[in-house]
Design a protein around this ligand. Sequence first.
Ligand code: HEM
Ligand code: CU
Length: 570
Amino acid sequence: MITDIEVPEPLSPLPGTNIDTDQGLLQWISSVDHKQLGIMYLLMALFYLLVGGAMALLMRIQLMVPENHFLGAIAYNQLFTMHGTTMIFFVLTPAILGFSVYLTPLMIGANEMAFPRLNAFGLWISFFGGIVLYFSYLAGGAPDTGWFNYAPLNQAQFSKTPGVDYYCIGLLLTGIGTVATAANLIVTVITLRAEGMKYKYLPVFVWMVFINSFLILAAFPSLNAALVMLLIDRQLDGHFFNVNTGGSALLWQHLFWLFGHPEVYIVILPPFGILSEVIQVYSRKPIFGYPFVVGSGIAISLLAFGVWIHHMFATGMGNTVNSFFAASSMLIGIPTGVKIFNWLGTMYGGSIRFTTSMLFATAFLVEFTIGGLSGVSFAIVPIDWQLTDTYYVVAHLHYVFLGGSLFGLFAGLFYWFPKMTGRMIDERLGKWFFWLFVLGFNLTFFVQHILGAIGMPRRVHTYPDLPGFEPLNMISSIGALLMGLSMMPFLYLMYTAFKGGKRAPDNPWDGYTLEWLATSPPQLKSFSNIPPIMSFRPLHDLNHPEIGDHKTTEDDKYGTKDDDVVSGRD
Ligand code: HEM
Ligand SMILES: [Cu+2]
């Protein structure tokens, strides 16, 4: 009989973790505790989601009717740049890091990250990066060159305000933080797994975080280097991207997309992991095809680096290059499709509980598939030539980022909310929020496929009164207002949960993984003992010993054999 495994104490007491929480805010600011840092990452993401969402509403009001003068070109250009940059770097990236640093130690049965102080450094440097970026509004004008900030537009002679400089410094700071946290996560998974937790027993979420961290280590340096080069161009008259003095504008695109394409997978792999956990538990079935879920994650991360030129089909690379990258882009659909089938296979025949979290997970499957299909259509070069820089792209990217990543993050938020806060949410309000959000989302972005196909270019602050343009834009803006409205039940839900929500038990969903063993919310030291680990869902094995994954036959595993309980066994 294997008894509980003792979790070793961290070698030396960590600064910050032994301070009483009655020190309030100061305790949070000085904390190196992975749970507090994870929550602060999530709060930062939520704050910027509201800021970026408000910007989106302003843009959609401007685009409601043709020839509108609500914002004007200058303000609009700054808004779409700041909106996109904010959503990618200050909403999705911090949110995935927040879930990663909160959950990874808990799920592998560890009490801390490998480098707690580095963890705090990663959060705070990202936080200051955001402040630097937004400071540009006070310093003469926000960047107005788009989130990918193409050369030569990003050069000093074309972009007169210091906005792009703040973009470079702000993103460099967050970039450094993100790389530091990724390294920290890798070392944590390698060195701090509880005894007995072999790689084949890692929860799927942890696998995705692990893979993702390597992706970050490989992708972000390309951006960081490009940002420094651009700063040199702008501040010191460098010649990296300035064509007039022998630089290459295309070089910027290569460096940017060598980062930028993997980045879109960086913000989707952890939501893939979240989905895998959520769907298993709410379907009351172990994930279907664990090795395929993990393997397809690895395949996606490798392929992610081989496809960046699909963002550059229209730059005149030539047919050979285009064909190669068209083919590699098509390939990446395969492992992604495999995952979708794994989730469907998990749901199939399960006894599904449609909580708010599960609703978001299910909607993810639908919306992300739509986004994936429009993505595959771009991989066909002539179609890309037709649709690039139209609203079709805007529709596609929001189906992936919002219908995919963000929906996955909401699924995770509602799933782990009781663990993180010790409170249950009001599921009825949660469902109101879900339906308003999903309806608004599809109204906003579905029609943009058509707008793009009939020729509306993106990044324009207004458009002429052409047939079809006005009604479709109106529908899109109404959808956006609906999404904005859905934030009311969401914020009210958060507020009431904190104010008087039902106390959450330690394991309200009958979860499978070790975080549900800790109290809700976990103590500063999460565990002193953990159960033996014999599968990738140790808590399920502990709570349902009669049907655990450690049993060897299918009948034993799922409790389908109707033999008598062996009595009198010692
Ligand atoms: C309320 C929901 C949202 C609305 C109404 C909205 C609306 C818009 C609009 C109008 C644009 C400018 C399109 C153009 O002219 O090219 C845009 C761009 C963009 N949005 Fe959103 N958005 C929303 C949420 C999000 C979210 C949640 C994300 C990511 C997490 C996101 C990521 C982006 C990106 C990356 C761009 C491209 C910016 C650029 O062209 O540089 N958006 N969005
Ligand atoms: Cu791409």
